[in-house]
Design a protein around this ligand. Structure first.
Ligand SMILES: Cc1cc2nc3c(=O)[nH]c(=O)nc-3n(C[C@H](O)[C@H](O)[C@H](O)COP(=O)(O)O)c2cc1C
Length: 135
C-alpha cells in the first residue's frame, strides 16, 4: 500500500464548474481503480491524500496530477510505502470532501486513528491547518 499526500494551489480563473469536474472525475476514476483517500478544496487550495497500488499511484501522480494545469505549486507532504493506510480502513472508498460536516467526520476519524499511526497523526495535523484556510 502506497501513500501520496500534497497541498496545491488552484489555478487562477478556474470556475466552480471546472472544480466540480475535477471532483467528479477523481471520485469516479479512483473508486473504479480501488484508490482510497480524500480530495478537498479550500480557499484557493487543494488537499489530497491517495492510498493504493504503488505503480498505479506514482504514474497517476507523476504523469497526470502533477502535470495538470488546473493547479500549481504542489507541496508534497507524504510520498512513501505505508504499512498502515488511513483511509482504506475508514471507508475503503475515495471521498470528496465538499462541506464542513464531511470534513468534521474525517477529522474525528483521523484523530482517533492517530493514536496508532504516525501517518494519521501527520494527516490530522495537516487537516487542522487546512481547516484554518476554509469555511
Ligand atoms: C487537484 C487535482 C487532483 C486530481 N486527482 C485525481 C485523482 O486522484 N485521480 C484521477 O484519476 N485524476 C485526478 N485528477 C485529474 C488528472 O490530473 C487528469 O486530469 C486525469 O487523470 C486525466 O485523465 P485522462 O488522461 O484519462 O484524460 C486530478 C486533478 C487535479 C487538478
Amino acid at each position: 500500500m502506497y501513500t501520496i499526500c500534497y497541498l496545491s494551489k488552484v489555478s487562477p480563473h478556474l470556475t466552480e464548474t471546472q472544480i466540480q469536474e475535477i471532483f467528479d472525475h477523481t471520485y469516479a476514476q479512483n473508486n473504479k481503480k480501488g484508490i482510497c483517500g480524500i480530495l478537498l478544496h479550500t480557499m484557493g487550495n487543494f488537499f489530497q491524500v491517495l492510498e493504493g497500488d504503488e505503480a498505479y499511484l506514482t504514474d497517476l501522480y507523476e504523469n497526470r496530477i502533477k502535470k495538470d494545469p488546473r493547479h500549481h505549486s504542489i507541496f508534497e507532504v507524504i510520498h512513501k510505502e505505508g504499512s498502515d493506510p488511513v483511509f482504506t480502513s475508514y471507508s475503503s472508498r475515495f471521498l470528496t470532501i465538499e462541506d464542513s460536516d464531511a470534513l468534521n467526520d474525517i477529522k474525528t476519524y483521523v484523530k482517533k486513528h492517530a493514536v496508532v499511526s504516525s501517518t494519521s497523526d501527520k494527516i490530522a495535523r495537516l487537516l487542522n491547518t487546512v481547516e484554518m484556510l476554509t469555511y
